[in-house]
Design a binder for this molecule. Structure first.
Ligand code: PEP
Ligand code: MN
Length: 368
């Protein structure tokens, strides 16, 4: 189904974000106690952050964990507004949360990944927000499902929410990967190309799951041309009641923003060319990473097949099977505009490497 156009108020007209990039939303995963909220907000204010985040209601995987302070925390956010002049934002996951936020003058809300995945809740939230003017950011759903993400945006937009943006925080995966959530940058790139006007934040804290990855994810996000970052920051991360590993202190955040990341925004006549070439190169980098990941996964399966052949005493080379694969990929390659010779070269190289690996396994030099 073709996606409908969204009716969006540009982010720099919301009255909370200004150029230059990146626009940053920062604050603790959870509002825990008043002192922690105020101390973190003070540190963030000092480094020039304008928009504060703090989870008031926390969607925790297991029961019995800290599930958020609830409504009393909204009073602390009001203090943050009054004493530090920061805009404040929090996550809403049902209509009650929305009503409480509106009642307490929260400046912006976001939908968490688990909520975006549930159209009933998204609709309930959209209805509750209808008629208000606060910006709403929509995190990607937990599963890599672009339509589900777009569907949530459509529901909010139909309810009259025009100050609308997204937060990319990666997708859940059962596989062991470096990050807590799989970035699937290609999904973010696809969303951006379908809705170039949609404000785009990346959340390196939840994507990486560890402070060690915040810099590289932030840089990647900037290189892809996204305008915002949502980063978790806590005055004393090691004591945090949720997501302790992925929160920076305000001073670490300052170092990240002012010394570590590079904003490639050349202010010259060649700016448009630069922006385009950087974006295209970043896309190529993402594709290359995906290619390597796919090749690695294929090789693991080849190894398993090698083991299986060894255990069942089957010969490695089954040329008829390989001929059938080659015919198929050459045909499919043509559909993707790829020359036959190129496809043959690539797949023969892949095949040779697989046969070598299986040979090693059968001859006992290597096994899993
Ligand atoms: C959060 O922002 O604290 C949060 C719960 O994030 P997510 O919905 O991305 O898991
Ligand atoms: Mn968190």
């Amino acid at each position: 189904m073709a996606n409908k156009k969204l009716d969006i108020v540009p982010m720099y007209e919301w009255g909370m974000f200004t150029l230059p990039r990146p626009s940053v939303v920062a604050g603790p995963c959870s509002a825990e106690i008043e002192e922690q909220v105020m101390e973190t907000a003070k540190g963030l204010k000092e480094l020039g952050i304008n928009v504060f985040r703090a989870g008031i209601w926390k969607p925790r995987t297991h029961p019995g964990c800290f599930e958020g302070i609830g409504v009393p925390g909204l009073k602390w956010l009001q203090r943050v507004q009054k004493e530090y002049g920061l805009k404040v934002s929090t996550e809403v996951a049902n209509e009650k949360h929305v009503y409480e936020c509106l009642k307490h003058g929260v400046d912006m809300v976001w939908l968490g990944a688990r909520t975006t995945a549930n159209p009933f809740l998204v609709q309930e939230i959209a209805d509750a927000l209808s008629g208000s003017d606060i910006p709403v950011l929509v995190k990607n759903p937990v599963s890599p499902d672009l339509d589900l993400w777009i569907g949530a945006l459509e529901r909010l937009n139909r309810a009259g929410i025009k100050k609308l943006g997204v937060i990319h925080r990666g997708f859940s995966t059962f596989d062991k990967i470096k990050y807590r959530n799989d970035p699937h940058w290609e999904i973010a790139i696809e969303l951006r190309s379908r809705y170039p006007e949609l404000p785009f934040f990346v959340d390196p804290s939840h994507m990486g799951g560890h402070v060690d990855y915040i810099k590289e994810i932030s840089q990647r996000s900037l290189d892809l041309g996204f305008e915002g970052l949502m980063i978790e920051s806590h005055c004393n991360p090691s004591t945090a009641l949720s997501d302790a590993k992925q929160q920076l202190t305000p001073s670490q955040l300052k170092d990240l923003l002012y010394n570590q990341i590079v904003v490639r925004d050349a202010d010259s006549e060649a700016k448009e060319w630069r922006d385009n070439i950087d974006q295209l190169r970043a896309k190529i980098d993402v594709i290359d990473e995906n290619l390597l990941y796919t090749l690695g996964t294929r090789m693991q399966i080849s190894r398993k097949i090698g083991e299986y052949k060894k255990n069942n005493n089957i010969a490695i080379l089954q040329t008829s099977r390989w001929d059938a694969i080659l015919d198929k990929v050459v045909e499919r390659g043509k559909e993707h505009g790829l020359p036959e010779e190129f496809v043959m070269d690539v797949f023969n190289a892949i095949h040779e490497a697989s046969v070598d690996v299986q040979n090693e396994i059968i001859s006992g030099n290597r096994s899993e």
